[in-house]
Design a binder for this molecule. Structure first.
Ligand SMILES: [Cu+2]
Length: 314
């Protein structure tokens, strides 16, 4: 039979990934999370094999590998600028103060409304005591998810997620229907490519203004674009790699920006693209549906929540 062999290969692949993760975790220090208690006191017994655990996407956990995201601001009054403060507490229980720089910053903070409509990408300031703070204004009442994307010095990079609330009357918005065109501050962004579960999909965003392709985009965080992809339903935070970097001699400054994104499952994703032009950062938002490659795919006309959103056709 084929299936067990294939499954075996898959599990092996996962084992390698997890071994890597544990290797780093072990190097962080002996003060990390204690192993599960073994009442038999038999130290040579290997831990039970994980059988069905898939690699968990980032952002779903408030604590991972001994690091915990701890908001010190629990609520934000809508429409009022608030100093949002938090710490990342390390395996020793104290706020982490040493971080590696990635994409020009020591920590990237993403704030998204639970309905996937409001998006903020911020870069907080770090105090000597390990307290991060950033001015944050949220437009509407509701539930939000905060993501901290960072690399503790000498450890593996992490994205931790925590809930944040803006009190008041709240009505969830309908998820915008899947669309490959978005507008942002007068710019038009067209997204090409597909998201396929389990495979790195190539996506290209093409930016134009008044019908003219933009060829003088400016580097933002070490790239011509920064893409955040979140799974609709649980806001799993996905890893996206830009293809090429400004100044590498081959990556043009627009109009197209290329990314590789891997999604863990079928369904809808919210994609937020930050790009810089004329000294200002703009954000384009998309809803993109990830489907199985044709052959395995169900008919695309299958009605789900996308169809009950009226297509106003633009
Ligand atoms: Cu950032």
């Amino acid at each position: 039979m084929n299936t067990p062999a294939r499954l075996g290969t898959y599990v092996l692949g996962l084992a390698v990934v997890f071994a890597g993760a544990f290797g780093v975790g072990g190097a962080v220090g002996a003060t990390g999370p204690a192993p599960a208690k073994n009442s038999h006191g038999d130290h040579t017994t290997p831990p039970p094999a994980t059988q069905t655990t898939e690699h968990v996407p980032g952002g779903l956990q408030v604590s991972q590998n001994g690091y915990t995201l701890t908001p010190r601001t629990a609520t934000i009054t809508p429409g009022t600028q608030t100093d949002f403060r938090f710490t990342v507490d390390g395996p020793d229980g104290r706020p982490v103060t040493a971080y590696e720089t990635q994409h020009d910053k020591k920590l990237h903070l993403i704030v998204v409304s639970r309905d996937g409509v409001v998006f903020r990408h911020l870069h907080p300031e770090l105090s000597g005591e390990g307290i991060w703070s950033v001015p944050l204004t949220l437009p509407d009442a509701g539930a939000y998810r905060v993501f901290a994307d960072f690399v503790p010095q000498g450890a593996e990079g992490l994205t931790l997620g925590a809930d944040l609330y803006a009190p008041g009357d709240y009505a969830p918005r309908v998820l915008p229907a899947p669309s490959r065109t978005a507008t942002a501050d007068g710019y038009t962004v067209r997204l090409d490519g597909t998201l396929t579960p389990g495979a790195a999909g190539r996506l290209t965003a093409e930016i134009s203004k008044d019908g003219k392709p933009m060829t003088d985009l400016q580097p933002y965080l070490g790239a011509y674009g920064h893409l955040v992809a979140l799974r609709v339903g649980d806001l799993a935070y996905l890893h996206v790699h830009p293809d090429g970097a400004p100044g590498d001699g081959v990556t043009p400054a627009g109009p197209g920006i290329t990314f590789y994104a891997e999604v863990p499952s079928r369904g809808d994703y919210r994609l937020f693209l930050d790009f810089q032009h004329d000294g200002a950062v703009h954000t384009a938002a998309f809803t993109v549906r990830a489907e199985q490659p044709s052959g395995a795919a169900a008919p695309t006309a299958t009605a789900d929540h996308g169809s009950e959103h009226s297509h106003s056709g633009h």
